[in-house]
Each structure stands twice: as C-alpha cells, then as structure tokens.
Design a protein around this ligand. Structure first.
Ligand code: PMP
Length: 308
C-alpha cells in the first residue's frame, strides 16, 4: 500500500526523517506566510522504469524569479536544487506518480520585512489526479477579485497568495460548485484558484495574457505550444469576458496539480454539450503521453530521476 508521505524530506541541506522537518511557530513564514514555492510533478513510466520530472528547469526559473521579487537571497544554484530533488526522490524510492513541493521561506525570529535567514525544503507525495478523479467540473464566477500586480502580485508563487484562492474556492464549494473562475480588477477573466484557464471558441484556443493577473503557468505554456505544433490550432493570448465563457464550445483549467481539467458548466450554464470536448480530449491525450516520456521530441522537458 502507498503511504501518504514518503520517509524523507530535504530540509536546509540535509535529508531528514519526515517527522523531523519542523519550523518554529514564530518564524515569519509561519506568522505571515512569507515564502515562495513550486509545485512540480513527476510521472512514472513503468516500461522505462523511470520517473520523469516535468519541466524542472522552468519550475526552478520561476522559483528564482519569485524569490527575486520577494528579495530573498538564495545561496543554492539551480544545479544544487535539481541534485537535491533527484536525491530525495531516489532515497524515498519513488516509483509512481508524485507531486513535489519545493519551498523557500523566511526563517528565524525577524518580521515580515526581514531579509534572512532564508530556509528551504523539498517534500514529495505520491499523487493521482485532482478533484477526486472527476472527468469534468462545474465552476461559478467568483465574487472575489483576483489579486493584482499593484498589491499582491499573482506572478509570485507565494504561499500568502493562496488566501485569495482560498476565499474564492471555499465560497464556490459552499455554493455547490467544484471550483471557480476569478476575474481581475478590470472585470476580465484571470484564472482559477490554482490553475490557468483556456476557452475554445470559433476554432481558436484562447487564454488570458500573462499581464491579466495570473501566475505565469508552465502548463499554460505547454498547452500553447502543443496546440500550435501538434493540433495546428490557432491560439490567442487576449482578454476574455465573462459571457464568452458561457458561449465557448469548450473550457478547461490547466496547471501542475489539475493537469488539464475540463469545465462543463459555468454559473450552471452548460458548456458545449456538457461533456469534455474533442479539442480538450486531444490536448489531454498528447499531454499525458508527453509527461510520461512517450513522445521523443518532448523528452527535452523531462528530467529522469534514475538515469535510465
Ligand atoms: N495559477 C495559479 C493561481 C496556480 O496556483 C497554479 C498552480 N501552480 C497555476 C496557475 C498553474 O501553474 P503551473 O502550470 O505552473 O502549475
């Protein structure tokens, strides 16, 4: 049986037993949520007996960017991070799909504006699909506004940003939806609480631009590239209105955790015929082949753990 969490966590330069990865209650990360992180997936390929980490370089690029904006001084190089992660996966003998959390946080007993000490940890957890394996989800439009770059930047993948996600998601759940779509301060579609969004309408695959109060999602970038190169679709990065969601032929969330998740109703209005559409299905098929190392041209996006 799969244990919920593996035995070891990488914690400030050492591999420590799960129960020993502890922080003091008075650290600024604990008091104010002063941390940045990445959620990364590893996919097990049983034929190759290999665990592939997806777009690791891009995740670490974004982690350094988040840290830079937060003025965190990170001592480790990208190679150190990759080495630490692969060691962690190996020592935990991960041979199944896994979700990884790599966090950089403000440690010590300072305040929210302290600059050091900076701590880091990496944990991993076997993980399947989100939303309890549902084939598609229902969404509402959130009455909460997405945070923006003039207050709390959604470009930073910071733990504290998820307060906004929490308000929106919990409101949706209380009202009987699976999730929610959050609008930005200009009243245009931004993103979901933990994912970006695409619509397929009039033969175009459309997603809000990276300046529309969204996280610069790596899955979003993957889909833009697959849609053009593999499905020959016309893609557009432009503002999306609320009512365009209602009349879209297809709609889906994308992100490391949700991967590609069809949305089949918005505000109880049925999207398309109420089933995941052909474009979404085609993208999902391609995506899942690529992440598992089954499409050679895209192995550039994969970091093998065991070196097979
Ligand atoms: N937006 C938000 C708010 C998220 O939390 C996430 C998940 N990291 C995403 C988008 C998707 O980003 P990515 O594809 O890089 O996981």
């Amino acid at each position: 049986m799969t244990k919920e969490y593996p035995d070891y966590i990488w914690f400030n330069g050492k591999l420590v037993p799960f129960n020993e990865a502890k922080l003091h209650v008075l650290t600024p990360t604990c008091l104010y949520g002063i941390n940045v992180f990445e959620g990364i997936r590893g996919y097990w390929n049983d034929e190759a007996k290999e665990l592939y980490c997806f777009r690791l370089d891009d995740h670490y690029k974004r982690l350094y960017e988040s840290a830079k904006i937060m003025r965190f001084n990170v001592q480790y190089t990208k190679n150190d991070l990759t080495g630490a992660l692969l060691n962690l996966l190996k020592i935990n003998n991960i041979k199944e799909d896994v979700q990884i959390r790599h966090s950089i946080y403000l440690d010590g007993f300072g305040s929210w504006h302290s600059t050091d000490p900076i701590g880091m940890f990496i944990s991993c957890k076997p993980s399947g699909r989100s939303y309890g394996g549902k084939k598609s989800i229902s969404c509402c439009i959130s009455s909460w506004e997405r945070i923006n770059d003039r207050s709390i930047s959604p470009r930073i993948k910071a733990g504290s940003n998820y307060q906004n996600s929490r308000m929106a998601q919990m409101d949706a759940i209380v009202n009987g939806y699976d999730s929610t779509i959050i609008m930005n301060k200009n009243g245009k579609v931004a993103e979901g609480p933990g994912s970006c969004i695409f619509i397929f309408r009039d033969n175009k695959l459309i997603t809000p631009p990276i300046t529309s109060s969204i996280l610069e999602s790596i899955t979003r970038d993957t889909i833009l590239s697959l849609a053009e190169k593999e499905l020959n679709l016309q893609v557009q990065e432009r503002d999306i209105d609320r009512t365009e969601l209602y009349v879209a032929q297809e709609l889906f969330f994308c992100g490391t955790a949700v991967e590609i998740m069809p949305i089949t109703s918005v505000d109880r209005i049925v999207i398309g015929n109420g089933e995941p559409g052909p474009i979404t299905n085609a993208l999902m098929q391609k995506f899942f082949q690529i992440v598992r190392g089954k499409v050679k041209e895209y192995n550039k996006w994969l970091t093998p753990t065991y070196g097979n």
